[in-house]
Design a protein around this ligand. Structure first.
Ligand code: ATP
Length: 236
């Protein structure tokens, strides 16, 4: 089998109501590459992630993920190509215990029984089977949601604002996990306002402003040179 690219976006435009949420975006993400989508609220980051996972169809242009068009692909097929950890990881969790969550995740992903539990042991060491997801911290919820998403082994992983609400230790653990996944060959796209996170794990930064890509390049170059980051730097 040929190695499928992480994702390719070509001249993607999305209209949401009267707003151009995205305007002729071009973007590629390669296996093993971590890309940070940055830009202020409303810039179009979440819209782009929604397109990559097939929740929103392009108004014009194309999106290809692992060789398929996400919004035309059946969920059972798409789940093996791309996984999204949403802004509220709790939105993905619906079972009453960690064990049930894992059983459901295996079933939904068509994975061998025990696949999700093994991921949970790796990402959330020490958590017990009977823990109610309601009793998990933000960081633990994120780890459990990540395990659920990874159960189908999607080569492309999307995360929306993953460090929101995380304390320092949980953030450090996330950085380690994401670096490990990138080293295993996962393509990762994260929408984030967290410059520190981007600096630590992103190979590339794509800066969006009102639906346009205004910068796309190596992380160090974008974070240092972009005017959009200058106010944050001068305030410190
Ligand atoms: P944030 O950091 O707040 O998540 P974002 O960069 O992810 O912002 P988007 O959520 O993609 O930005 O929003 C892009 C544009 O689309 C904004 O102008 C927003 O108001 C608009 N928009 C977002 N969601 C909807 C929706 N459900 N219906 C109509 N317009 C929407």
């Amino acid at each position: 089998t040929t190695r499928t690219p992480g994702a390719e976006v070509h001249a993607l435009s999305v209209r949401r109501g009267r707003i151009d949420a995205l305007r002729r975006i071009d973007l590629t993400v390669a296996p093993g590459e971590t890309l940070a989508l940055m830009g202020r609220n409303g810039a179009g980051k979440s819209t782009l992630l929604s397109c990559l996972v097939g929740l929103i169809a392009p108004s014009t242009g194309s999106v290809t993920v692992g060789g398929v068009t996400p919004h035309r692909t059946a969920p059972a097929d798409l789940v093996r190509r791309v996984g999204l950890v949403p802004q509220e990881p709790r939105d993905l969790l619906y079972a009453d215990t960690v064990a049930e969550e894992c059983t459901a995740a295996d079933r939904d992903a068509g994975a061998e029984p025990g696949t999700c539990r093994a991921l949970v042991s790796r990402l959330l060491p020490g958590i017990t089977d009977d823990t109610h997801p309601r009793d998990l911290s933000e960081g633990q919820c994120l780890a459990l949601a990540l395990a659920v998403v990874l159960t189908a082994r999607p080569p492309l992983l999307l995360l929306d604002e993953p460090t929101r609400g995380l304390d320092y230790a949980a953030k450090a653990r996330l950085v380690t996990v994401l670096r490990g996944l990138a080293a295993e060959g996962h393509a990762i796209v994260l929408a984030t306002h967290d410059v520190e996170l981007a600096a630590e794990i992103a190979h590339r930064v794509v800066l969006l402003a009102e639906g346009d890509v205004i910068a796309d390049g190596p992380t160090a170059q974008i974070v240092v040179s972009s005017p959009s980051f200058a106010p944050q730097v001068t305030k410190i």
